[in-house]
Design a protein around this ligand. Structure first.
Ligand code: GDP
Ligand code: IMO
Ligand code: MG
Length: 430
């Protein structure tokens, strides 16, 4: 039996949604285990686009179980809106195919407000968050004052939990000169939608154990990317959860031995949304071209994504940090028209060469990329589904990249469409 974890190896938006959807033909269960509706995972199936934020990307397929694990922070209103939106595209979403962990923590309106208040107050030092309340919600989880899905069951309990969390938030709000957040209206609003959320809620750890006993194949779907991991990313310009593969176990309720293969999704170039270091960023016409051809606008916030060359040093680093077994290389087609393509193979800092990204943000901002150049292929790879059909220069680029990052490339994506994908190694069959 093989279970696969799919994670982003860069700063998010690598094409995780497309690859999870493609691979889920073989899986029985797809589980989201961290992040929240800061994620935006795009699937394109026969020309129809689905943008998923909280729902696992397996939801669009029939006869698959989708699970939102305990590690996810859930804005209940955002989730209900998303369910309606996806249902309106003809997708069936019922208690039979969607399970939500009863231990997942909720994002409430005061979390979103706190995210906005802090970002606005930070001026130039802002993180550039998605302003969805992700950070404040995770802070409350670790601070042991969060409201969880199960807290929606009892009015008395909910009242008490809200009092605890608002004591904390209102002290900060008062200090920042903001109005006090009223408990009663929020409690009423929550109780109104409680049945709609609770009907999906189950002990997920127990379900996973049962699925494993039944030899079902599980696909763990990561959000964001390793460079946004709160421990291993470009801190403080990160999200507030662990995005590495090992988070799949804690964020769903199983052991690390339940993950048999880690697939890192990797864009053939680099993008980043929001602030923070980005050594290979291109603030020129090539960067613009990558953004235009790659349609690099945020799925969640519509912000323009920053674009740059492939950073081999960073991807080699994230492969090691997260135990990535193989890579799905995406968006190769975006490079089709370039005369020359570059890969960052080392950094230079204060006259010295470095083979990794230093941990301090001051140093991360200072490193200068050292590049290796490749000849472009100047022909269309869009839609190619067999490795042998790729132009020779594209094969060379892929093989060199593979050698440099020290990981196997197990699939290559050549367009947003589900089946425009080259399979080299099937992670479920290793
Ligand atoms: P995720 O957050 O990792 O799931 O990625 P997003 O969905 O936010 O962003 C990836 C974007 O690239 C989406 O618009 C996808 O439809 C698109 N995409 C995925 N793979 C490919 C590919 O191979 N080629 C092209 N041109 N677009 C792709
Ligand atoms: P997917 O799953 C790209 C970025 C934000 C910001 C930082 C912190 O679609 O790859 P947050 O709202 O999480 O506190 O913001 O993280 N960010 C993402 N960037 N893709 C994502 O998700 C992201 N989720 C958060 O832009 O820089
Ligand atoms: Mg995205």
């Amino acid at each position: 039996m093989k279970n696969v974890a799919v994670i982003g190896s860069q700063w998010g938006d690598e094409g995780k949604g497309k690859i999870v959807d493609w691979l889920s033909s073989e899986a029985d269960v797809v589980i989201r285990f961290q992040g929240g509706h800061n994620a935006g995972h795009t699937l394109v199936i026969d020309g129809i686009t689905y943008k998923l934020r909280l729902l696992p990307s397996g939801i669009v397929r029939k006869n698959k179980i989708s699970i939102i694990g305990n590690g996810v922070v859930i804005d209940p209103w955002a989730l209900l809106d998303e369910i309606e939106e996806i249902k309106s595209k003809g997708v069936n979403i019922t208690v039979e195919n969607l399970i939500i962990s009863e231990s997942a923590n909720l994002i409430l309106p005061f979390h979103k407000e706190m995210d906005e208040i802090r970002e606005d107050a930070a001026g130039k030092a802002k993180i550039g968050t998605t302003r969805r309340g992700i950070g404040p919600a995770y802070e409350d989880k670790v601070g042991r004052r969060s409201i969880r899905v199960m807290d929606l069951i009892s009015e008395k309990n909910l009242n008490q939990r809200l009092e605890t969390v608002l004591l904390h938030h209102n002290a900060i709000r008062k200090g920042l000169g903001k109005n006090v957040f009223k408990k009663d209206k929020l409690k009423e609003d929550l109780l109104k939608i409680a049945p709609e959320i609770l009907k999906f809620s189950k002990p997920v750890w127990k379900k996973i154990y049962e699925f494993k006993k039944q030899n079902k194949k599980i696909l763990f779907e990561g959000a964001q990317g390793i460079l946004l991991d709160v421990d291993h990313g470009t801190y403080p310009f990160v999200t507030s959860s662990n995005t590495v593969a090992s988070a799949a176990a804690t964020g769903s309720g199983c052991g690390p031995n339940s993950i048999n293969y880690v697939l890192g999704i990797t864009k053939a170039y680099t993008t980043r949304v929001g602030e923070g270091p980005f050594p290979t960023e291109l603030k020129n016409n090539i960067g613009e071209m990558l953004g235009t051809r790659g349609k690099e606008f945020g799925t969640v916030t519509s912000r323009k994504r920053r674009c740059g060359w492939f950073d081999g040093v960073l991807v080699r680093q994230t492969i090691k940090i997260s135990g990535i077994d193989g890579i799905a290389l995406t968006k190769l087609d975006v490079l089709d028209e370039l005369d020359e393509i570059k890969i960052c193979v080392a950094y230079e800092i204060d006259g010295k060469q470095l083979d990794y990204l230093p941990a301090a943000v001051e140093d991360q901002l200072k490193v200068k990329p050292i590049y290796k150049s490749f000849k472009g292929w100047k022909s269309q790879t869009k839609g190619i589904r067999e490795f042998d059909d790729l132009p020779e220069n594209a094969k060379t680029y892929i093989k060199e990249l593979e050698k440099f990052i020290e990981a196997k490339i197990s699939s290559i994506s050549t367009s947003p469409e589900r089946n425009d994908t080259i399979l080299i190694v099937d992670p479920f069959k290793i």
